[in-house]
Design a protein around this ligand. Structure first.
Ligand SMILES: Cc1cc2nc3c(=O)[nH]c(=O)nc-3n(C[C@H](O)[C@H](O)[C@H](O)COP(=O)(O)O)c2cc1C
Length: 201
């Protein structure tokens, strides 16, 4: 098909996707309930997540899927770890509840590949895109989903044991997915006039 200059390609334009991107919003993970997606459906969402820009085809990410029994175990582990390390109660509880309350959680792991050709920061950007891809795919499929981190993701010793991190790997996101419990109100969005610079000449 010949596309006239200055027009969009009607064969690729997808108004539903545009509408989704312009209105999507996360669901607070603590409001999510069972059931969560089955393995086959989650695999489809993860396939969408892995379809992200990836300079050099390095695949600098992997996914650790935490199902309910694992989440219960990790809630216990987080409590024991926080007590042993003297983490204050409010902080500890936030971390523990991330596992205790979640119907299903995907730890999106950054797997930096050693190469001189692609800067590490570009690999980091790709893993962020994978988190957004998973979040968006889950929301588009009708699930509630939210992206968290916190000490359970960033504390090296805890995260290494909880998610089986290898040397150099780190947690980019804990993406919680389940049945929507409550639709949150919209939050303020950026003032586009403040963040766009039009360069005319
Ligand atoms: C890398 C990253 C880590 C985040 N970690 C947390 C967190 O630990 N706790 C929290 O309340 N929100 C956290 N957020 C923010 C939530 O995901 C927040 O609800 C989100 O910004 C809502 O955005 P949306 O409505 O545009 O999807 C994090 C966001 C990002 C990008």
């Amino acid at each position: 098909m010949e596309i006239a200059p200055g027009t969009v390609n009607p064969a690729t334009r997808n108004d539903e996707v545009l509408r989704f991107l312009l209105t999507r919003r996360s669901r607070p993970p603590k409001t999510l309930k069972a059931p969560a997606p089955e393995r086959a459906e989650l695999t489809e969402l993860l396939t969408a997540a892995a379809r992200v820009p990836d300079h050099g085809k390095l695949e600098p990410w992997r996914f650790v899927v935490l199902e309910r029994p694992a989440l219960e175990r990790l809630a216990g582990d987080a409590g024991a770890y926080a007590a042993a390390k003297g983490i204050d109660e409010a902080t500890a509880t936030k971390g523990i509840n991330q596992f205790a309350d979640s119907p299903l959680c995907v730890a999106v792991i950054s797997v930096p590949r050693p190469t001189d050709k692609v800067p590490q920061i570009e690999q980091t950007l790709s893993v962020g895109a994978a988190c957004y891809g998973l979040l968006s795919a889950a929301l588009a499929a009708g699930w509630g989903a939210g992206w968290l981190t916190g000490w359970v993701a960033h504390d090296r010793d805890f995260a290494a044991s909880a998610f089986g991190l290898q040397e150099g790997e780190w947690v980019a996101g804990l993406v919680h997915i389940g049945t929507e419990g409550a639709t949150p109100p919209e939050r303020p969005r950026p003032d586009m006039g403040q963040i766009i610079t039009w360069v005319e000449a």
